[in-house]
Write a protein that binds this ligand. Structure first.
Ligand code: ASP
Ligand code: MG
Length: 422
């Protein structure tokens, strides 16, 4: 018999009624013969409330006490889920991070999972219990409670799935899968039946907020197949086939690239708003100059995204352009100005209010011309491109933010991602 991990996010356990809906999905899988381990987030809004309280109590507080407070939300929902399951005739037992145990390092507030001993969970599941594990929390070597950083229960679920060698880790949320684009921007966005880990990583870090990026990295490294499903889909509806099998089946399977037979050239188009760009012109070109420029920004913990450096035609001067979030723009300018003595340049300039549009797809590895067709599609709409970067499975451009949504819709249509009109 095989193990299944089912993770429910904050909206899925927002109140008792929703917990019952979530429990109905668990019941279906138990009846199908799975040994189930449930991982829960705190009830929607709870973690924010707890974080606010720690700040109200004292803005400069001990991270160990922050963890003691904010980890409590998951304990409530785990206990409630176990109660609801038991009331439905499904024996269940809750487990806090330290009871599993989920061992982490001691970086309170953003701890990393070191290892999970699956013994207690396996024993309970083999005794016929559904285990309900608190997401988001673990235990430090000191024995104190830790938390994994906001959105961390996705990572808890994947780590538990890897530890018990689950067949799959199903992430239940309030959307029914991963889409080709944000449906609020591209109304013709379609649900993908399968998406490769690498594509999901690009989408997760580019703002498709379904899964925490770290959880996808972990799933990819540990080869844990993930499914994204909705708690609000009818739990008892007959399924046409297994998850990932075709477009009529609920959810999206996040899996290895070779599990995807028909690879799309482009499987997603994303929009990241609020980007700023900064250009240094006439930068004296010698080994270490890029390290000095970006070191100055890293010292201020400013996250730099796209970076473009030109070749210097005389081998002595170059231009460097990069992007930072709008709200880090002033800080970045200040950091560069105050470290002027570390590198030489002629002019510094920049602007805010841009957007990054990316097209993503593993099929790009084996197809030429994706970048050029993207530029053509944007040109046809009269949209000017300010900056271009590429990776093996992604092409990104920086444009004016006001054209962001138009660009997404145009590209979505251009690459044949629009769902058919009914
Ligand atoms: N409750 C935690 C948070 O809101 C963890 C999670 O939901 O993933 O960040
Ligand atoms: Mg979440």
């Amino acid at each position: 018999m095989t193990y299944l991990v089912m993770k429910f996010g904050g909206t899925s356990v927002a109140d008792i009624e929703n917990i019952r809906k979530a429990a109905a999905h668990v019941s279906r899988e138990v009846k199908a013969g799975y040994k189930v381990c449930v991982v829960v987030s705190a009830m929607a809004g709870t973690t924010n409330q707890l974080v606010n309280w720690t700040n109200d109590a004292s803005p400069l507080h001990d991270a160990r006490e922050y963890d003691a407070v904010v980890a409590s939300g998951e304990q409530v929902s785990a206990g409630l889920m176990a109660i609801v399951l038991s009331s439905m005739g499904i024996p269940a037992r809750s487990f806090s991070g330290w009871q599993v145990p989920i061992n982490t390092d001691d970086a309170h507030g953003s701890a990393r999972i070191l290892d999970i001993d699956p013994k207690n969970l396996l024993e309970a599941m083999n005794d016929g219990l559904v285990c309900v594990v608190t997401g988001f929390q673990g235990v430090a070597p000191s024995g104190r409670i830790t938390t994994l950083g906001r959105g961390g229960s996705d990572t808890s679920a994947v780590a538990v799935a890897a530890a018990v060698k689950a067949e799959r880790c199903d992430i239940y949320t309030d959307v029914n899968g991963v889409y080709t684009s944000d449906p609020r921007i591209a109304p013709k966005a379609r649900r993908l039946s399968r998406v490769a880990f690498e594509e999901m990583l690009e989408m997760a870090s580019l703002g498709a907020k379904v899964l925490q990026t770290r959880s996808v990295e972990l799933a990819m490294a540990q080869k844990v197949r993930l499914a994204v499903r909705s708690t609000f889909d009818d739990a008892d509806a007959d399924q046409v086939g297994p998850i990932g099998s075709d477009h009529n089946v609920p959810g999206t399977l996040v899996c290895e690239e070779d599990e995807i037979v028909e690879k799309q050239i482009v499987s997603g188009v994303t929009l990241a708003r609020g980007e700023a760009k900064i250009t240094l012109r006439g930068v004296k070109d010698y080994p270490g100059v890029a390290a000095a420029v970006f070191g100055a920004l890293a010292d201020e913990r400013i996250i730099v995204d796209m970076i473009v450096q030109n070749v210097s035609d005389d081998g002595r001067e170059t231009d460097i352009t990069f992007t930072v979030p709008n709200d880090e723009y002033d800080k970045a300018m200040k950091a560069l100005n105050s470290t002027k003595d570390r590198f030489e340049y002629d002019v510094i300039s920049g602007s805010t209010g841009h957007a990054k549009i990316s097209v993503i797809g593993v099929g790009m590895r084996s197809h030429a011309g994706v970048a050029s067709s993207m530029f053509k599609a944007l040109a046809d709409k009269g949209i000017n491109i300010m900056l271009i970067t590429t990776s093996e499975i992604k092409t990104s451009v920086l444009i004016e933010e006001e054209y962001g949504e138009l660009a997404v819709r145009s590209l979505h249509n251009y690459y044949g991602l629009d769902k058919a009109d009914k």
